[in-house]
Design a protein around this ligand. Structure first.
Ligand SMILES: Cc1cc2nc3c(=O)[nH]c(=O)nc-3n(C[C@H](O)[C@H](O)[C@H](O)COP(=O)(O)OP(=O)(O)OC[C@H]3O[C@@H](n4cnc5c(N)ncnc54)[C@H](O)[C@@H]3O)c2cc1C
Ligand code: FES
Length: 369
């Protein structure tokens, strides 16, 4: 933006639209949300309108201590304010990327990102009445949706139910309060697990359960549900809805992923056991890599990504769940079984690509890598 005046930069006529791909973006603002959550705002060198579907994410491409690292983060802003976008990141104890972002990313720094992408969004699943359920930092995609509905004066009735550990952990609290005072189709309900001495709280306490939900949103059976939070939280929500006879076709969820497996050691152990198994005639397959000429014998249960790690080959990876598409690789020969979660298109599958984090071999396989 340095060579452009502010009004030139914001000139809508010269502004490009954002499309899925790799982009260099500049961090332009940091906002402290809570003691362990920061929002990072970004814009591009050239003026770009950041259009995306509220709920979608980007994948950051970083190098930390000489190691490439990729992680996905939800776009927490809304495309209704499109001149910049933001991500909101919670520090994860011992987490490589979240702590690096908190400790190192400052205004003015350039970052490579991939996206936007993701099927968990409120554009592909339109509804007149929604129930937005979030736990902890899982609030980010729901906040993007709420901001979008709010800014566009959408005729959508929103019940926003957010669970946090303590009152001090509530992300976006002031903005949520603001939205709930401005429009009558935004019904805000905050739940805190507990209240430490020194923090005032007059809202709901404990965990979201059937009775609490019936009190908060008596018409929840008529709503489309969007849910994001820790795995146990989402499991409890799914169970609660299923038991109530909710039509799960109207239930949409996003997971931020499980603890990453220690790929190389796990796969090495499995590769070693595959060697032993092969003596006993158990199914093992040879995974070979065209560029390096390397190959490894693995059991049919291990992913192509883990097989590559055991051969000393680092395929990129971010979500580890078939959502983000980072680990895409082309299969040159052989049969595979892919269980993805939307991170690959039908066209890519037709062309022979798979997501290595969620694909297992069904025969000997050669990869274009
Ligand atoms: C679609 C999507 C959207 C997301 N959106 C957000 C968002 O909006 N905000 C947000 O904060 N996060 C979001 N995430 C999560 C984010 O991508 C990261 O997973 C998160 O920030 C943790 O990354 P990290 O590098 O800090 O932790 P990692 O280094 O990946 O570690 C995560 C945890 O695993 C443990 N661990 C690491 N390596 C090992 C090992 N070898 N063995 C055992 N344990 C290990 C660590 O101690 C830590 O507790 C999203 C994820 C996805 C898939
Ligand atoms: S790492 Fe995200 S799809 Fe495989």
């Amino acid at each position: 933006m340095s060579s452009l005046t502010r009004s030139e930069y914001l000139n809508p006529v010269h502004t490009q639209n954002w499309v899925n791909g790799r982009h260099l973006v500049r961090c332009c603002k940091l906002i402290r949300e809570t003691h362990d959550v920061l929002t990072f705002c970004f814009s591009m060198q050239e003026p770009v309108l950041f259009f995306f579907k509220p709920g979608q994410f980007v994948t950051l491409e970083l190098e930390i201590d000489g190691e490439p690292q990729m992680r996905s983060y939800t776009l927490s802003s809304a495309p209704s304010i499109p001149y910049s976008f933001s991500i909101t990141v919670k520090r994860v104890p011992s987490g490589v990327v979240s702590n690096w972002l908190h400790d190192n990313l400052v205004e003015g720094m350039l970052l490579a990102i991939h996206g936007p992408a993701g099927q968990f969004n409120c554009i592909d699943h339109p509804a007149r009445k929604v129930l937005l359920l979030s736990g902890g930092v899982g609030i980010t995609p729901l906040m993007s949706m709420a901001r979008w509905f709010f800014n566009t004066n959408a005729e959508v009735d929103m019940a926003f139910v957010h669970s946090a550990r303590t009152p001090a952990d509530i992300i976006y609290r002031a903005e949520l309060d603001y939205m709930s005072t401005r429009i009558d189709n935004f019904h805000l309900h905050l739940i805190c697990e507990h209240t430490p001495v020194g923090q005032a709280w007059s809202g709901y306490r404990g965990y979201l359960g059937k009775d609490m939900l019936a009190l908060i949103a008596p018409d929840f059976m008529e709503r489309a549900v969007f849910c994001c939070g820790p795995a146990p939280y989402m499991r409890a929500v799914r169970q609660l809805l299923q038991q109530a006879g909710f039509d799960m076709a109207n239930y949409h969820e996003e997971s931020f992923g499980a603890t990453p497996e220690a790929d190389a050691s796990l796969a090495s152990a499995q590769a070693a056991s595959a060697q032993t198994d092969s003596a006993a005639d158990t199914a093992t397959h040879c995974i070979s890599f065209k560029d390096s000429g390397k190959s490894v014998q693995v059991s049919a249960e291990i992913t192509l990504h883990a097989a590559a790690a055991s051969a000393g080959i680092k395929l990129p990876k971010a979500c580890g769940m078939g959502i983000c598409g980072t680990c895409r690789v082309k299969v040159l020969s052989g049969e595979t079984d892919m269980q993805h979660n939307g991170g690959i298109t039908d066209e890519e599958i037709e062309e022979g690509y798979v997501l290595s984090c969620c694909t297992r071999p069904r025969s000997n396989v050669q990869l274009d890598y």
